[in-house]
Write a protein that binds this ligand. Structure first.
Ligand SMILES: *Cc1c(COP(=O)(O)O)cnc(C)c1O
Length: 248
């Protein structure tokens, strides 16, 4: 085992600690503003484009959940982190091609970007015999109904990407556990409007699947609005780790 602390430069550690303190304060304030208990909201540190050393440092600062959006980057990073003896919960939050599911189920505890029946089936098949407990799944929803940027479509009869068929497929899969919904506010929408709409969608899903209580919404720029509309998970990258060099 590597001495995990030795991988982290003290100045970077201090930078991450400061970012974490700021984000934790924002989350706590947002909870107070709407009368929610702080323990209802889990922060996922989105570490895409940042190295394994940052994940290790964040874990040392008490971060329990990390998010990644590309398998090519996440798989080796998760391996490095595990070799350092650090074990955060890994959330896969990016668009997922079916030829990557075998790799993703090796390290991911949660997949938040399931948006088709075909992807749900492929994930379920990939979990068979590989995991001792079901893979947690958040079904991704397209709040504006445009599937081109990912997400299943509410009120659609499409048997592959309709929200109803996708949630039903996940709920019926032995290898998967339907945790709830995930969404990104559509470009050009006020976060308040987007997350209010998402809350309504989540209510209709819970009427059918009472176990689907989780709601992953809110990022660096809009986590307050998401918490105001019931987010249980916020996915925070740049506010925590700094601006990424490229837009992803
Ligand atoms: C990158 C990313 C985030 C984090 O975005 P920030 O604005 O850096 O906080 C959250 N969710 C998804 C799906 C992402 O791809």
């Amino acid at each position: 085992m590597t001495d995990s602390a030795s991988l982290v430069r003290p100045d970077r550690r201090a930078e991450l600690a400061a970012g974490l303190a700021r984000v934790r304060t924002r989350i706590a304030d947002a909870c107070v503003a709407v009368g929610r208990d702080r323990t209802e909201v889990t922060m996922i540190a989105v570490t895409k484009t940042y190295p394994a050393a940052d994940v290790i440092a964040l874990a040392g600062l008490g971060v329990t959940d990390v998010g990644e959006n590309r398998d090519q980057e996440a798989a080796p990073k998760a391996e490095q982190v595990a070799l350092a003896g650090v074990a955060p919960r890994w959330h896969f939050i990016g668009r997922l091609q079916r030829n990557k599911v075998k790799s993703v189920v090796r390290y991911a505890d949660v997949v938040q970007s399931v948006d088709s029946v075909r992807l749900a089936s492929a994930l379920d098949a990939a979990t068979t015999g590989r995991r001792d407990r079901p893979l947690e799944v958040f079904v991704q929803v397209s709040i504006d109904g445009d599937p081109s940027r990912g997400g299943s479509v509410p009120d659609s009869a499409d048997p592959d990407i309709g929200l109803g068929p996708v949630t039903a497929a996940v709920a019926a899969s032995a290898g998967l556990r339907l945790a709830g919904l995930m969404a990104v506010a559509p470009l050009g929408w006020e976060p308040e409007r987007a997350f209010a709409r998402l809350a309504t969608i989540a209510e209709t899903v819970r009427a059918e699947h009472p176990q689907a209580v989780a709601l992953s919404a809110g990022m660096s720029g809009d986590l307050e609005a998401a918490i105001g509309h019931g987010a249980t998970h916020v996915r925070v990258g740049s506010a925590l780790l700094g601006m990424r060099p490229t837009l992803r």
